[in-house]
Design a protein around this ligand. Structure first.
Ligand code: HGY
Ligand code: MN
Ligand code: MN
Length: 413
């Protein structure tokens, strides 16, 4: 008896129905009604599988399956169910419903593992509501403090602390942080969100390293003026220098095609935003990533210096605000070889790869032996309604995760 892709699919499709939006995809932003509905679904499945469920003080859901030795370190698996705007159905949920299908299979076989197993749903991995991603895992790993995040506000001015009142939590924020040795290992099953596995026709990717990522908010200040009556040489237009900066940020991102450097301006807002007023304020975000910490630091420095230069040439004031920085991280060689052994045992081909997306594993890798199992994304598409991974392509991921769990948790099987 192996993990059952039809049971997994049923759970995935139930979650995919929550938070659907007419423009396509889902919008399950952290702690909004859609996310709460998704949380209820997952907690219900966990309880149905006999897991004891605890929601910690920042909303991380921890479903625990007891082991023979309850005091031994936890074998943890998990991911997220919150989404980006118009997000796909697989980024996150695959790494939550997959472990739950592993638990279901262990239950079916009456296997008692030595170590306790926990399936975790981390709060706000995508960060689209409070503009700081991987919130739940960063706090659990001790990388963000409660004081740093409690006051983060969403677009309606609701703080993260206030938003948490919508769910029942237990314990204090301090108790969210993992104690040393509390967790033996952490493994995240995730869709690749790139096209490498598909191009190589490879069923499994074993992640060696996860990219570093920097998010900043840039404000460019101009002066509102009449679009008709103000002569061109008497304006302080905020949008023209901002547009130059956006062009330059893309040029820098393209500067070394061989490197893993990428740069994106994903959000830009113009105020007052009327067609007959010279723009007085432009706000935009930067998302800059590289698997090499040095290259990422150099690119961030080059972008900051460029912004100052363009602003100086155009005579506009500017502000650069750091939103978040997630360091690149190498994943555990021990976990990578456990995943490779599972693939060999199952006669499933695999390749080593890197992740250009950031994950909860980016934080967990600093506090325990952590690894990631990738399954292919059709056309590499993600963070879009077109995100797709065929159920048959997820099946090997479930089977490998099951074998990895048995190997890590120790079983009488
Ligand atoms: O942006 C990321 O890499 C992740 O999906 N939050
Ligand atoms: Mn994502
Ligand atoms: Mn994800």
């Amino acid at each position: 008896m192996r993990p059952n892709i039809d049971r997994f699919r049923k759970d995935m499709e139930a979650l995919a129905r929550i938070g659907r939006v007419p423009e396509g995809g889902v919008a399950r932003f952290s702690l909004t009604p859609a996310d709460l509905e998704g949380r209820e679904l997952v907690i219900g499945i966990m309880k149905g599988l006999g897991l004891s469920v605890r929601v910690d003080a920042v909303g991380n859901i921890r479903g625990r399956r007891q082991g023979r030795d309850p005091t031994s370190p936890i074998v943890m698996m998990g991911s997220h169910i919150d989404s980006v705007p118009n997000g796909g159905d697989y980024d996150g949920p695959t790494g939550v419903m997959g472990p739950l299908e592993v638990v279901r299979t262990l239950n079916d076989k009456g296997i008692v593992t030595r170590h306790p197993i926990e399936v975790v749903v981390f709060t706000d991995e995508e960060g689209d509501r409070f503009k700081k991603g991987t919130l739940g895992s960063a706090i659990m790993a001790g990388h963000m403090s409660w004081d740093e995040v409690r006051g983060l506000k969403d677009a309606d001015g609701i703080s993260f602390e206030k938003a948490l009142e919508a769910i029942d939590t237990t314990g204090t924020p301090g108790e969210v942080v993992l104690r040393k040795g509390e967790v033996k290992s952490f493994v995240e099953l995730h869709v690749e969100q790139s096209a490498r596995l598909e191009e190589k026709e490879m069923p499994i990717g074993i992640v060696e390293a996860i990219t570093g990522s920097s998010h900043k908010r840039i404000r460019v200040f101009g002066k509102a003026d009449h679009a008709g009556a103000t002569p061109m040489d008497r304006r302080t237009d905020a949008l023209v220098p901002a547009a130059r900066m956006v062009q330059e940020i893309e040029r820098i991102g393209r500067s070394d095609p061989a490197a893993s450097l990428v740069s994106t301006v994903g959000y830009l807002d113009v105020k007052p935003g009327a067609m007959n007023i010279v723009p007085s304020l432009v706000t935009f975000t930067t998302d800059v990533r590289d698997t090499s910490p040095d290259n990422l630091a150099a690119a961030m420095k080059e972008i900051d210096e460029m912004i100052a230069r363009v602003a100086g040439e155009r005579g506009v004031e500017f502000e650069i605000e750091e939103l978040e920085y997630t360091a690149a991280v190498a994943l555990s060689p021990a976990i990578r070889s456990t995943i490779a052994d599972a693939c060999k045992k199952l006669d499933i081909e695999y390749m080593d790869t890197a992740s250009r997306a950031v994950h909860d594993t980016s934080h967990m890798a600093h506090v325990t032996d952590a690894g990631m199992i990738f399954v292919p994304s059709v056309g590499g598409k993600s963070h879009s309604p077109d995100e797709l991974t065929h159920w048959e392509d997820i099946r090997p991921g479930l089977e490998v995760l099951y074998e990895v769990t048995l190997a890590l948790a120790g079983s009488d099987a």
